[in-house]
Ligand binder design. Structure first.
Ligand SMILES: NC(=O)c1ccc[n+]([C@@H]2O[C@H](COP(=O)([O-])OP(=O)(O)OC[C@H]3O[C@@H](n4cnc5c(N)ncnc54)[C@H](OP(=O)(O)O)[C@@H]3O)[C@@H](O)[C@H]2O)c1
Length: 222
């Protein structure tokens, strides 16, 4: 069984991914605080009556998650992503894949924008620059609404994945595909990660202006 770790797993996206990915994997739900991680796992177990969650989902500190899991999913807020990765960088054991779910979003009066501080380099590329080369980086999940996943509502959505190589993409795709209704699509190298990181503010504005709840994306092909 693969062990997947969630860095900042106590939030909306982390708990939603934990609910689904614990079906087929051992999961470590990480936090800066062990107490907070334990509470988050207890809350999920109170909410959901799935035996696999009792067996496979465990709390941990972020540093333990990073030191012990082969696959890592980063689910911390945009503004804290780089400082979190810098703080944990020395704990990575290497030969791991880190999937960044961070989106570039900022709120400007009544609309969402891409964060103007993000500049030309994607967040995923900047994560790549911080981590040791033996950790492979990808970006995914930015367009997936966490609340729909957490509530286990039926979903049909595409998940663009930017990854350092096709091989890394295939591994990330195998994880995305474990969640019913999600279809991974290869976007290309990490240079493309900015495109998907910027899609969240696009989706939030489309949703807000048009009364669409939890908008996501699904590509059509004719
Ligand atoms: N929510 C969505 O629908 C959604 C969808 C797609 C992508 N995303 C992206 O996924 C990421 C997480 O989103 P979210 O909505 O799950 O976020 P969130 O609930 O606001 O936060 C996630 C977790 O990040 C940790 N955190 C908060 N402040 C931190 C700090 N200063 N330093 C380090 N860790 C901190 C907290 O965990 P501890 O306090 O336990 O450490 C928190 O529970 C974001 O980058 C977002 O753009 C979100």
């Amino acid at each position: 069984m693969t062990t997947i770790g969630l860095i900042g797993g106590t939030g909306d996206l982390g708990t939603a991914l934990a609910v689904h990915l614990s079906k087929q994997n051992e999961m470590l739900l990480g936090s800066r605080s062990m107490d907070k991680a334990k509470t988050a796992v207890e809350e999920i177990l109170k909410d959901k009556d799935h035996d696999y969650l009792k067996q496979n989902l465990k709390p941990a500190e972020n540093s333990t998650v990073v030191a012990s899991c082969g696959i890592l999913i980063l689910t911390v807020p945009h503004g804290n992503t780089l400082e979190t990765i810098s703080g944990l960088a020395s704990k990575f054991r290497g030969d791991q894949i880190l999937i960044s779910a961070t989106a570039s979003v900022s709120r400007n009066e009544d609309e969402f924008t891409v964060d103007p501080n993000d500049g030309e380099k994607s967040i995923a590329v900047r994560i790549r620059e911080i981590l040791p080369g033996s950790v492979r980086v990808a970006a995914a999940f930015q367009t997936v609404p966490a609340n729909i996943l957490y509530r286990e509502k039926e979903i049909s959505a595409d998940v663009p994945v930017a990854a350092e190589s096709r091989e890394v993409y295939e591994k990330v795709a195998s994880i995305v595909s474990q969640i019913a209704g999600l279809r991974p699509l290869y976007l290309g190298s990490l240079r493309q990660a900015g495109e998907v990181e910027r899609m969240t503010s696009f989706l939030l504005n489309i949703g807000k202006r048009n009364g669409l709840k939890s908008p996501t994306i699904k590509f059509l092909s004719f």
